[in-house]
Design a protein around this ligand. Structure first.
Ligand SMILES: [Mn+2]
Length: 463
C-alpha cells in the first residue's frame, strides 16, 4: 500500500502561518482519502433562491459522489442537518456551513482524531473570510477555547497554561463548539441522538451537541492543523417564522442539560423562566439511557476555567452610583451617549427626582476592574475607555480584557488608568472629561463614587 504524505499545516493565507511548526501525517492510501470525501453528504434547505435550483444541480453533476437532498418544506438548519446526516453512508459525517471555504488539507487532521477515538467530535479552526472583500485571516487570538456566558452568548477564552500543548499545532480540548463546523463518527452521532429535533431553525444547537458529547462519554477537540474559512455575515439574510425563538431553543438546552446551573441563566434572563421549552421527555430519557454525567461534572472537569471569565454568580462590585467630581461638584454623565461618544460633566441629578438619572449618571466599577453605566445588577456592556494620556474618556464596547479599559480607584480619589499612566480629569468650562498627567493635588482629578466596597477596592489596589 502506497503511503501518501500530507503536509497538514500549510495554510493558504493565515497570518501567523510562518511561525507555525510544520507537521506530517500519514494516511493509509489515496483511495481511502477519496472515500472519505465521497461519503460526505451535502444538504440544502428548501428552495428559496434561483441559483440553488437548476444551477446547483448542473454544477454538482460534475461531482458524481455528491447527492443533493431537498426538504419538502422549510425545516431550518437543525432538522435539515439531521436529514443530511440520516442520508449519509460514510463512517464520518462532516458538517460545514454553506458560507465556508475549506482550506488546504483540512480533512485528514480531523479524521485522524476520530480514527484514534471514535467518540471524539472534532472542529476545524475557523478562520475569517471578510464579508466585504473575501480576504482571509485568522480570528483574533487564533486558538482559543469555546465557552459561554450566563446569558448563553458564545464566548472564546484563552487556553489555560495547564492545557497548552508543547506544540501549538496539537489538538486541544474545547468545552463548546463555535457553531456548526465539525466532524463526527456517524454511528456515534446517532448514538447521541443527533441534534435534539425539537430545536427550531437555528440557535442553541452547538451547546446541545457540545454538552451532550462531553457529558455522555465523548470528548471534543479543536484541531489547529485543520483550517476552514467562514464568512461572518453582517445580518441574517432570512426570516425566522413567527413563534420561533432562539430563547425557546436555549431554554430547551438549559432544561435538558444544565441542571441547577439553569438557574444562573434565569436570573439574568427572567423571561426564560416561564417560557415553554416544549416536550423534553425524550431528551431527558436519552440523557438517562446514555448514563450521562451531570452539568456540575462538566463545569468542574471540562469547563473549569470558564467561571474565571464568566462567573455564574457575579462577584461584588468595587464601587457604584454617581461619580461626583470634587473640584467642580459636577457628575460624570453618559448623556445617553452612543458607542464611542465621550463622557460629559453635568449637574448631578441624584435626589432631584429626575426619572432619567438611572440611565445617565449611575455607574459601576465592576469586578473586572472596568467602569460601566448602570447599577451593579444591570450594567450595560459599555466601558470607560481611553486610548492615550490626553484623549477624552469615551464609552466603548467592553472587551473584559483589562488593557485600556482597566481603571484603579486610588485612595487619593483619582481614577488612574494604568495603560496610559494618566488620570481622569475634567474641565468645568466646556464639560469635557479627559485623560491628563496625574496630579493628586488637583481637585478636578478627584472623584467620589456614591457607594464603595472597601474590601474589594483594597483587593484591586493590591494587584
Ligand atoms: Mn455560519
Amino acid at each position: 500500500m502506497r503511503q501518501r504524505q500530507v503536509d497538514l499545516c500549510e495554510f493558504k493565507a493565515s497570518q501567523d502561518s510562518n511561525s507555525r511548526p510544520k507537521k506530517t501525517f500519514f494516511l493509509g492510501d489515496e483511495q481511502k482519502l477519496k472515500d472519505w470525501h465521497d461519503k460526505e453528504a451535502i444538504r440544502r434547505d428548501a428552495q428559496r433562491v434561483e441559483h440553488l435550483k437548476k444551477p446547483l444541480e448542473d454544477y454538482m453533476a460534475l461531482f458524481p459522489s455528491v447527492r443533493i437532498l431537498r426538504t419538502k418544506k422549510r425545516e431550518g438548519l437543525i432538522r435539515t442537518r439531521m436529514l443530511g446526516a440520516s442520508a449519509a453512508i460514510g463512517d464520518v459525517i462532516t458538517f460545514l456551513d454553506s458560507h465556508c471555504e475549506a482550506n488546504v488539507n483540512w480533512l485528514p487532521p480531523l479524521l485522524d482524531r476520530i480514527a484514534r477515538n471514535r467518540k471524539t467530535i472534532v472542529c476545524p479552526m475557523i478562520d475569517v473570510i471578510d464579508h466585504d472583500d473575501f480576504r482571509y485571516e485568522t480570528q483574533a487570538g487564533d486558538a482559543m477555547r469555546g465557552a459561554f456566558d450566563w446569558e448563553m452568548y458564545y464566548k472564546r477564552i484563552p487556553i489555560p497554561p495547564e492545557l497548552q500543548k508543547a506544540d501549538p499545532s496539537d489538538p486541544f480540548e474545547s468545552p463548546v463548539m463555535a457553531g456548526g463546523l465539525f466532524a463526527v463518527d456517524r454511528k456515534w452521532f446517532w448514538e447521541l441522538g443527533g441534534y435534539d429535533p425539537g430545536l427550531e431553525i437555528w440557535g442553541g444547537e452547538q451547546y446541545e451537541i457540545s454538552f451532550k458529547v462531553w457529558m455522555c462519554g465523548g470528548r471534543m477537540e479543536d484541531i489547529p492543523c485543520s483550517r476552514v474559512g467562514h464568512i461572518y455575515r453582517k445580518y441574517v439574510p432570512y426570516k425566522v417564522p413567527a413563534g420561533v425563538s432562539l430563547a425557546r431553543n436555549l431554554k430547551r438546552v438549559a432544561e435538558v442539560w444544565m441542571d441547577e446551573y439553569a438557574e444562573y441563566i434565569y436570573q439574568r434572563r427572567p423571561e426564560y423562566r416561564h417560557l415553554s421549552s416544549g416536550d423534553v421527555v425524550a431528551q431527558k430519557k436519552l440523557r438517562v439511557s446514555l448514563n450521562c454525567k451531570s452539568f456540575k461534572w462538566f463545569m468542574t472537569k471540562i469547563a473549569w476555567d470558564l467561571p474565571k471569565f464568566y462567573p455564574p454568580v457575579e462577584p461584588p462590585a468595587a464601587a457604584w452610583g454617581e461619580i461626583r467630581n470634587v473640584g467642580t461638584g459636577l457628575c460624570t454623565d453618559t448623556k445617553l451617549g452612543t458607542l464611542g461618544s465621550p463622557l460629559r460633566l453635568e449637574t448631578c441629578i441624584r435626589g432631584r427626582g429626575e426619572a432619567a438619572w438611572n440611565s445617565m449618571q449611575v455607574f459601576t466599577f465592576t469586578w473586572k476592574e472596568d467602569i460601566r453605566p448602570g447599577d451593579p445588577q444591570h450594567t450595560k456592556k459599555l466601558c470607560f475607555d481611553a486610548v492615550s494620556h490626553t484623549s477624552p474618556v469615551t464609552l466603548y464596547d467592553c472587551h473584559s480584557m483589562k488593557g485600556n479599559q482597566l481603571w484603579k480607584y486610588r485612595k487619593d480619589k483619582t481614577l488612574y488608568h494604568p495603560v496610559s499612566g494618566s488620570c481622569m480629569d475634567c474641565s468645568e468650562s466646556d464639560h469635557r472629561i479627559f485623560m491628563n498627567t496625574c496630579n493628586p493635588s488637583s481637585l478636578t482629578q478627584q472623584w467620589l463614587f456614591e457607594h464603595t466596597n472597601s474590601t474589594v477596592l483594597e483587593k484591586f489596589n493590591r494587584n
